[in-house]
Design a protein around this ligand. Structure first.
Ligand code: GLY
Length: 351
């Protein structure tokens, strides 16, 4: 088992990677207090024996699967259930699922009695390499992603690739969005991807990158937990990615891949991304997009997507669209574009 310690200013988290993360740590973490589990309908159905083994005494809240359920009314339902189950300050919340479950359960843990202990057990590739680590918790509001939330570090994150075995190929692809993002930020991960383009269909290859991605993220979050500087880099591809996700119905990871592709092209055109490096990054993005190909997404609502980018919480008050973009190998920068120019670029580069 590999253990990474994330020393955020607010709290220290231990991230355990490997099957022993579950077999060795979970019995310890569930002992000695009341436990409350948040999971979703897919994970609950697939892992009923697993829940019986580790959480027979816990109250289990089952969220209907899907991003549309990462909302205020489900958050309130979780909090009501925690109160009904008699949870108190010393109780512990376990988030067992993908990014949606991790975000909403983490926020419930942050809010209940002003904060109870939280353990993240990510079951999707995307949640394992990115969203379960670093303490971002949120629900969506008014069609805008993650607009109500808190920075709230889990005490531990248990990452086991065993859960990935039941993921459908499109879910694997969602994780690639975040892994390619790390390749855009970290030279070692970039080289690993370039060296292994023949393995893009191989789940074991992606799972082998988990430690590298988490280590990169942990160092960024330690330096800038509340996203005032360096942590903005983790939003590469996300401004346009979130916008596309909302307008096209694509998953988060797929939206990020398309968003990174568009934003990298914009960055090359604007002269802020080295062209030769940018073309290499675009080749990796296209290779990832070719995994589990779906029918060509409907981008007829791309104008609406531009409006979504306008509402993005990363923008400042000057009306410009703000993006974190790749600059060169292992380097990134912020790029601001006036809305009209951004919209034109989106229409031009979405194809
Ligand atoms: N997923 C980006 C971050 O955690 O900052």
């Amino acid at each position: 088992m590999q253990t990474i310690t994330l020393k955020a200013p607010s709290m220290e988290s231990q991230i355990h990677i490997g099957t022993e993360a579950i077999t060795a740590r979970l019995p310890v973490l569930t002992a000695g207090q009341k436990n409350f589990v948040v999971t979703d309908s897919n994970v609950r159905a697939l892992y009923s024996a697993w829940f019986e083994k580790y959480f027979s005494d816990a109250r289990i809240f089952v969220l209907p699967a899907g991003e549309e359920n990462k909302n205020f009314s489900e958050l309130q339902a979780i909090l009501n259930e925690m109160a009904r189950a008699g949870m108190h300050r010393t109780s512990r919340v376990f988030a067992v699922g993908g990014g949606v479950v991790g975000d909403i359960a983490g926020l419930a843990a942050a809010l209940f009695m002003r904060g109870v202990s939280c353990v993240q057990i990510p079951t999707s590739l995307l949640a394992q390499v990115d969203s379960s680590v670093g303490g971002k918790t949120a629900v969506d509001l008014g069609g805008v992603k993650n607009v109500v939330g808190a920075f709230y570090q889990p005490c531990e994150v248990l990452v086991s690739s065993e859960f990935l075995k039941t993921l459908p190929p499109r879910e694997i692809k969602c994780g690639l969005g975040e892994i390619v993002k790390y390749a855009a930020l970290n030279a070692e991960i970039f080289d690993e991807l370039e060296r292994n383009t023949g393995k893009f269909d191989d789940l074991d290859f992606w799972a082998s990158l988990t430690g590298l991605c988490i280590r990169h993220k942990a160092r960024v979050v330690e330096a800038d937990e509340k996203e005032n500087g360096e942590r903005k880099s983790l939003n590469v591809g996300h401004t346009t990615g979130h916008a596309i996700e909302l307008a096209s119905g694509l998953s988060h990871g797929e939206g990020v891949l398309f968003g990174m592709r568009i934003e990298t092209k914009i960055a090359i055109e604007q002269g802020v991304c080295n062209r030769v490096y940018g073309e290499r990054l675009l080749a990796l993005i296209d290779k990832a997009l070719a995994v589990a190909p779906q029918s060509v997404p409907d981008f007829s609502q791309i104008g609406e997507a531009a409006e979504n980018a306008r509402a993005d919480k990363k923008n400042a008050d000057d009306g410009k669209i703000r993006m974190a973009v790749a600059k060169d190998k292992g380097a990134w920068t912020m790029l601001d574009l006036p809305f009209a120019e951004y919209k034109n670029c989106l229409i031009k580069y979405v194809k």
